[in-house]
Design a protein. Structure first.
Length: 275
């Protein structure tokens, strides 16, 4: 696979549809890792001042389909509810050889192919992509060739780690675990803050302790070669304070059961949204 630091080798045109938070994160990652501005065009009905200013660097904003030429990849980052209206315009840019990379939640490959054409890759990034620390899971349609997959991998790698699967049926679970997962972590930091306040800490100190602890533990998990259960055991002395707290978290109903239920609820909702 191409690495994100080889984006400077891309010479074809890349069209980004949607420059909201995730689309802008992708655009920033592409530029930071060497993709030439002249290779990029952006479709955004209401571009921010920051996006508009990029025109001076060579990025084309809201191009005319008749004048843009062949598009090597179309990256669809519009809101899923806006896609039916956007699809008719996007289809004008797509040829049979265009890699169509969608990061929209709940829109399946068959719907993307019918609406846009091209060789479709469906992907699910998550919000840490905004700082280049996201994880994206991608699944290609059967007609995606190796070159199109490599191009999609390079573009998605600007957001962080990329994993590939062959079964689109896994994407609802991916959405529930990594797509929604950052919200679970943020909620844990919120509730740890509240627990600290209940235990007598000043609010500001409780918030600082909770947020820095979650961030630090996440970074340790990221850097360590040890699995999470080993890291947990390493900070849990038998009969100590951490063990007392974990007895509560692993009791009934227990964090394990709550996470299974929460993930199942997210999977069901993802399936409902997909129709």
């Amino acid at each position: 696979m191409l690495e994100k630091n080889t984006l400077h080798r891309i010479q074809g045109r890349i069209l980004l549809a949607g420059a909201g938070k995730m689309g802008s994160a992708m655009l920033g990652g592409w530029l930071a890792h060497g993709l030439e501005p002249r290779c990029i065009a952006v479709i955004e009905p209401s571009p921010s001042a920051e996006i508009t200013a990029l025109a001076a660097s060579g990025i084309e904003i809201n191009p005319d389909p008749a004048g843009i030429g062949a598009i090597e990849a179309l990256v669809v980052a519009v809101k899923p509810q806006s896609f039916p209206q956007a699809a008719a315009r996007l289809r004008q840019f797509v040829s049979h050889s265009t890699a169509v990379v969608s990061i929209m939640a709940g829109i399946r490959i068959v719907a993307l192919r019918e609406a846009c054409g091209g060789a479709v890759i469906r992907a699910m990034p998550n919000t840490p992509a905004a700082i280049g620390r996201g994880i994206t899971v991608a699944v290609p349609a059967a007609d995606v060739d190796s070159g199109q997959r490599e191009l999609a991998d390079a573009l998605l790698s600007a957001l962080g780690v990329v994993e590939w699967v062959d079964d689109e049926g896994l994407m609802d679970a991916v959405t529930a675990v990594s797509g929604s997962g950052p919200a679970y972590v943020f909620l844990f930091a919120e509730e740890l803050t509240r627990a600290g306040i209940e235990a007598g800490l000043p609010e500001a100190l409780a918030a600082r302790l909770a947020c820095e602890t979650v961030a630090g533990a996440g970074e340790l998990l990221h850097r360590s070669k040890l699995p999470p259960d080993t890291l947990r055991r390493n900070v849990t002395s038998p009969g100590g304070t951490t063990a007392a707290a974990l007895d509560v978290l692993t009791g009934e109903p227990g964090l394990r059961n709550l996470m299974i239920r929460a993930t199942a609820a997210a999977v069901r909702r993802s399936q409902e949204l997909a129709g």
